[in-house]
Write a protein that binds this ligand. Structure first.
Ligand code: AHR
Length: 625
């Protein structure tokens, strides 16, 4: 049966269900029933009560209406996780081509989302799930929202500080856990601030109101501020306090939707003091859904959208901005991008540089590319040169995490936006850069360790690991170490006996491995190299020493360039974790959007895989760098 006929039948079936379930409004379908439909997208939302979820629904609908070849089927779980699971099963029965899902309970929903992902692309929207079993996550950094709420608390309570009540979303929701952790870790830094009570109100206004009233009745609480994880609950908090005649207690919410009872209106009406605009990502979800369905291979794994703090000082400008802002029109003016590449240390880096050059040509970007030869001072000089030259956008792959404040403040003062490519930095003021495009290095470290854990668990003896680290104080070296250690922490038989810096190069990797073999001889069981080049150097040293890499000493590495694929296929390397160097297209897109004055995500995290020896043999031909 053709897809079109099937869709017509589905359309009729859904309309009947809509009719039957009128009171719940559980099913809804967009109006492209007459058009030639190529794809069906299922949308599963946990409720359509919260203004933020309503806003997401409206954004999705608005974007979807631009595509006549796409039919959307929307489901609303009406606050029930069980219902949401059922909705997803129903959507699967309708043979959807892609699922967009926003969850309330991440723990409970993770297994079903993983199972859909086995044969259907899944975009997780706004609220994350556990693990990586989905195509793309679009949402905000919930830990950061918690930290921002703590900063706002400190501002609102001033030097005297005070007592705080925290009203959390759902206990088993990842986003509530992250907001809470960010908030508490920051609050703990100040002696004057104390969280006296915690309530859980499942993101719901009425529950927040009831729980707070109960708390006041049952105990002697005297808060100065209430931080609610969303604006709906913040409104509930206000109602409870108002009914108790408590007018002075400050309230912080989160979401910042511009609707009746949404955060912006609540701040405007002085019902709450602060909110954080938390984009729903509906628009981006549709744009990426279309790209995924068109089999675009450059889909990132995570897109982290930007939050904005709104309070009495700036609420009017946000409201004015929202109502006045016309749609952004792309300009055809050529963008000049100054890119300060870190060096030429590895095969990964060459592929990264090639990707940037090629993407600039394809996108007609005027690329000024300079190489710092792994010298931070040189990289700073290059950036200064770009500022003098008045380029439109600066991009760079920071050699190390620290020491960028001064030069980036100069770029900010000159009004030049900065893109961090491949490596992140640590600066007090995050407004010094606009976006980070690259990998999750901590996760790469975890993946490498997971292989060791899985393959050495049975060993009765101690498993001795040599770690070959990348450039000292660089983000990949710091994070890959952290991720690896996190994963082996509780494994009694695994121990890193030495960590040696190989600076991401083959020569240094070989040198360090020669040193390790002299020192530990046959006691070494595993080499964990932070990149392929150092792993190749280690393999040479092991062979030179008369041992068999991959057999006598297991070798695992990060990058998965074609060097690693060859070594995997000949059995000298045991496992490779991918680090994707093909960042050029994303960088060019960001540079163009910045030139157009568009707001772009804070982070774009690339999608990556892992490769065993068998997988490498199959995939080898596809790897052309
Ligand atoms: O920052 C990415 C790392 O830098 C790569 O994994 C390594 O090979 C490179 O040189």
């Amino acid at each position: 049966m053709s897809k079109r006929i099937v869709l017509t039948i589905i359309g009729l079936a859904i309309l009947i269900i809509v009719f039957l379930m009128e009171t719940n409004g559980v099913y809804n379908v967009n109006s492209n029933s007459e058009a030639e439909v190529d794809y069906v997208i299922g949308v599963s939302q946990p409720n359509l009560v919260e203004p933020w979820q309503i806003s997401m629904y409206e954004e999705l609908q608005k974007e979807a209406s631009q595509y006549s070849n796409i039919r959307m089927i929307y489901t609303d779980a009406a606050l029930s996780t069980e219902q949401q699971m059922e909705d997803i099963h129903t959507l699967q029965e309708y043979d959807i081509d892609l699922l967009i899902v926003s969850v309330e309970d991440s723990q409970e929903m993770t297994p079903i989302i993983s199972s859909v992902y086995e044969d259907t692309p899944v975009i997780v929207l706004g609220r994350g799930v556990e693990g990586y079993n989905y195509t793309l996550y679009i949402g905000t950094d919930h830990y950061l929202i918690g930290e921002m709420a703590a900063e706002a608390t400190r501002e609102l309570l001033g030097d005297n500080g005070g007592e705080i009540i925290e009203v959390q979303g759902l206990k088993s929701a990842l986003q509530a856990e992250e907001r809470s952790r960010g908030f508490r870790e920051r609050i703990d830094e100040w002696d004057t601030l104390k969280i006296s009570n915690t309530l859980v109100a499942n993101w719901q206004r009425d529950k927040a109101e009831d729980e707070l009233k109960k708390l006041f009745k049952s105990s002697n609480v005297n808060p100065d501020l209430v931080y609610a994880h969303n604006d709906a609950m913040a409104l509930g908090v206000y109602r409870a306090l108002d009914s108790l005649g408590l007018k002075e207690i400050k309230i912080i919410g989160s979401d910042g939707v511009d609707k009746p009872n949404g955060g912006l209106q609540l701040v405007k009406q002085n019902i709450i003091d602060t909110t954080f605009i938390t984009p729903t990502g509906g628009k981006q979800a549709m744009l990426y859904a279309v790209r995924i369905l068109a089999k675009d291979t450059e889909i990132p794994k995570k897109i982290i959208l930007r939050n904005h703090e709104v309070n009495d000082d700036n609420v009017d400008s946000y409201l004015a901005e929202k109502s006045d802002s016309p749609d952004i029109v792309s300009s055809d003016e050529k963008v000049t991008l100054g890119f300060a590449q870190v060096g030429n240390e590895s095969a990964w880096r060459s592929a990264n540089t090639d990707s940037i050059i090629k993407a600039a040509e394809q996108e007609n970007v005027d690329l000024q590319l300079k190489n710092a030869n792994n010298n931070q001072e040189r990289q700073i000089e290059i950036i200064r040169g770009f500022i003098e030259q008045e380029v439109d956008v600066i991009g760079f792959s920071p050699m190390v995490e620290h020491g960028w404040e001064e030069v980036l403040a100069e770029a900010k003062a000159a009004g030049i936006p900065v893109i961090l490519s491949d490596r992140e930095i640590k600066v007090e003021d995050d407004s010094l850069w606009t976006t980070f495009i690259g990998s999750d290095f901590v996760e790469e470290g975890r993946r490498a360790a997971q292989w060791v854990v899985d393959h050495q668990k049975a060993s009765q003896e101690k498993v001795n690991i040599i770690e070959l680290e990348g450039t000292k104080n660089s983000a990949p070296a710091v994070d890959r170490k952290q991720g690896f250690n996190e994963e082996i922490e509780n494994e009694q038989n695994l121990q890193v006996i030495d960590s040696l810096s190989g600076d991401f190069t083959l020569e240094k990797g070989r040198e360090m491995m020669e040193y390790a073999l002299l020192k530990y001889s046959t006691k070494i069981d595993v080499v964990y190299a932070h990149n392929d080049d150092m792993a190749m150097g280690a393999i040479e040293a092991i062979e030179q020493y008369g041992l068999r890499p991959g057999v006598d000493i297991k070798v695992i590495s990060i990058d998965a360039t074609n060097k690693a694929f060859k070594a995997l296929s000949t059995g000298k390397l045991n496992f490779a974790v991918e680090c994707n160097p093909l960042l050029g297209p994303q960088i060019m897109q960001a540079a163009k959007e910045l030139k157009n004055g568009q707001e772009i995500p804070v982070k774009i995290i690339t999608s990556e895989e892992t490769f065993t020896q068998d997988e490498a043999k199959k995939e080898m031909k596809k790897r052309n760098y």
